[in-house]
Design a protein. Structure first.
Length: 583
């Protein structure tokens, strides 16, 4: 049994008109259509998902169901921004048709005689009989929706099924309750037009999120460290979505009938998350506890808990998890921001009230003053939110932070802070980049690009080469992150080369210039500038040394010239980049 990530689902209400369309053809004015109409409200997404982004021509489409398949086209309608999800003459996909006695084992869902048009009736009588079938089903509580599911990685094909809203007894096997909740909501709010739900992208940094989750099993504090652009912030965002159960990730099984969906289950624990960014102005008073002016008492003050104490209060209760996410961890004075609560961070110092473990405690500032957390962080209606004078941190309070290892302009974490964290080194990930591009990173690099994928392969090889040389002279902290070339793309070679040129000039080289702004010799070595210099730049090389004018040679004997790729002809730019990635 295979399960595949779902990318989108079209939902079409089986109105009487749509029932006629899917039933078949007879010589009668009510039965002239072989399609479901796609309205303008979902035109753009349908063109993008099923027509390769080109709505000017019809596009092939395969309709698939367990044990069957048929092909036709997504057709342009006479209306400018409407489409037709078409099928062969009088032959709709089988799940969208009627059957005499539907049950959990039949592909069809809608009850009715499928053979009225082959019984020798006059067209007007046959049409009336089919219309009566829909009326009878509607009166019996059959309110059906046809669905077409596009799976991630599949092009020009959809998987067809039919589901029922509030099915009558005996039809529960086809209930829309089997669909993802977001789709259920869409259908319940729909009327007479086709609808579309596009599933949110899955976790972008799955491997790194898995590492974080595994680390949290062994300790409550995790620190991500690595060069900029390696996916640390993305992983923090993904972790929050995973922990809070907000992911719209669903898988579909082409072999199953109505029970063809499975999704990521919501967490059994209730999770409250706070995301912060440390900076030089952030303090203990903001983070733990501080005195601030009272908004309703002129001249008065109040003691307000920061996110650390609010989440700690929330996570004390059974079945609760507090997740504190801190980005740019070393841009603030982390030790000063945590202050005395640093002593409570270790796992063996944490409290666990459910098992009677009190954990280590400290006396909070202003112990005689009443301090209460916000309502969002209270356990229930009976909880007044009081923060005790003796503070502890519960085991279910998780702290995940991230910092850029290459930034030497900010504070260095002291050893007392670092030892309390499980540290995950986050390096440039070429496999993630290749998966994003949809290419094999081991493919040979051609002498000239024949398709956009060749340009994407060049982006990976260029990043690898630069990082090998950066690591050799400066260490891994100064490597270039894979996000710097993440957006390299294009419908053709010229567009892809232009995209790569912008990434090289404005991201890769711009970052290297900043890192080595006072060290052109090292930058020249990284960029493979030939040792010999000349009076003019070597236009066959990406980087070259240029002699200074003779009257300035005692001040600046030579300067490093770096080619600008934006605006270059694709063939020339490819050849120049070849001098970098080649031996």
């Amino acid at each position: 049994m295979s399960w595949r990530p779902a990318e989108a689902i079209w939902c079409i209400p089986i109105t009487k008109a749509n029932y006629r369309a899917s039933y078949g053809r007879v010589r009668h004015g009510d039965f002239t259509k072989d399609y479901f109409q796609i309205p303008g409200s979902i035109y753009d997404d349908t063109v993008r998902l099923l027509m390769d982004g080109d709505g000017s021509t019809n596009a092939k489409i395969d309709y698939i169901w367990p044990g069957g398949k048929l092909s036709d086209e997504i057709r342009k309608s006479s209306s400018e921004r409407r489409l037709r999800m078409s099928w062969p003459y009088g032959n709709a996909p089988r799940p969208w048709r009627a059957t005499r006695i539907p049950d959990a084992g039949t592909i069809e869902t809608f009850p009715g005689d499928p053979n009225v048009f082959t019984q020798g009736l006059e067209p007007v009588d046959a049409a009336a009989a089919v219309n009566r079938q829909w009326d009878a089903a509607n009166s019996a509580g059959i309110h059906a929706w046809a669905v077409a599911v596009k799976l991630k990685g599949e092009e020009h094909q959809v998987h067809t099924r039919m589901y029922l809203v509030d099915p009558p007894p005996g039809y529960e096997w086809a209930s829309v309750d089997l669909l993802p909740p977001a789709v259920q909501t869409l259908i319940h709010g729909g009327k007479d037009s086709a609808l579309l739900h596009v599933f949110r992208p899955p976790v972008r940094a799955q491997r790194l999120v898995n590492q974080i989750q595994n680390a949290l099993q062994n300790g409550p504090n995790v620190l991500l460290t690595g060069p900029p652009g390696t996916g640390k912030t993305v992983a923090l965002e993904d972790l929050r979505s995973v922990m809070e159960g907000q992911l719209d990730q669903w898988e579909f099984s082409p072999e199953r009938n109505h029970d063809s969906w499975r999704g990521r289950p919501n967490p059994t624990e209730r999770v409250q998350t706070v995301s912060l960014v440390f900076h030089p102005g952030y303090s203990y008073e903001n983070f733990v506890l501080g005195v601030f002016p009272h908004p309703q008492e002129p001249g008065g003050v109040q003691v307000i808990p920061g996110p650390l104490l609010e989440l700690a209060h929330f996570a004390e209760a059974e079945g609760r998890v507090g997740l504190l996410i801190v980005d740019e961890f070393n841009r603030g004075q982390a030790a000063a921001i945590f202050g005395d609560t640093l002593a409570l961070l270790d796992e063996d110092k944490r409290s666990h009230l459910a098992t009677g473990i009190a954990g280590a405690q400290i006396t909070r500032r202003y112990p005689t003053q009443k301090v209460t957390v916000s309502e969002d962080f209270r356990h229930d209606a009976q909880d007044d939110g009081s923060v005790p004078a003796q503070l502890s941190l519960p085991r279910q309070l998780k702290l995940v932070a991230a910092m850029n290892s290459s930034d030497r302009s900010v504070a260095v974490l002291d050893s007392a802070m670092r030892r309390r964290f499980s540290i995950i080194e986050v390096a440039p990930d070429y496999d993630v980049l290749a998966d994003h591009f949809g290419i094999d990173p081991a493919s040979p690099l051609p002498e000239a690009p024949a398709e956009p994928d060749d340009v994407k392969l060049m982006a990976i090889r260029l990043l690898q080469m630069l990082n090998e040389r950066v690591r050799a002279v400066s260490g891994p902290d100064f490597e270039l992150g894979h996000s710097l070339v993440w957006k390299v793309s294009g419908e053709n070679v010229d567009a892809a080369m232009d995209s790569l040129a912008h990434a090289v000039d404005q991201r890769l080289i711009a970052t290297l210039r900043m890192s080595y702004r006072d060290d052109p010799e090292t930058l020249g070595a990284i960029l493979k500038a030939p040792e010999a210099s000349a009076g003019v730049p070597d236009t066959s090389r990406f980087a070259s040394w240029v002699d200074a004018p003779s009257d300035l040679d005692q001040y600046a004997p030579r300067s490093l010239h770096i080619m600008t790729l934006v605006g270059s002809e694709p063939v020339e730019a490819w050849a120049i980049l070849g001098t970098l990635v080649g031996p």
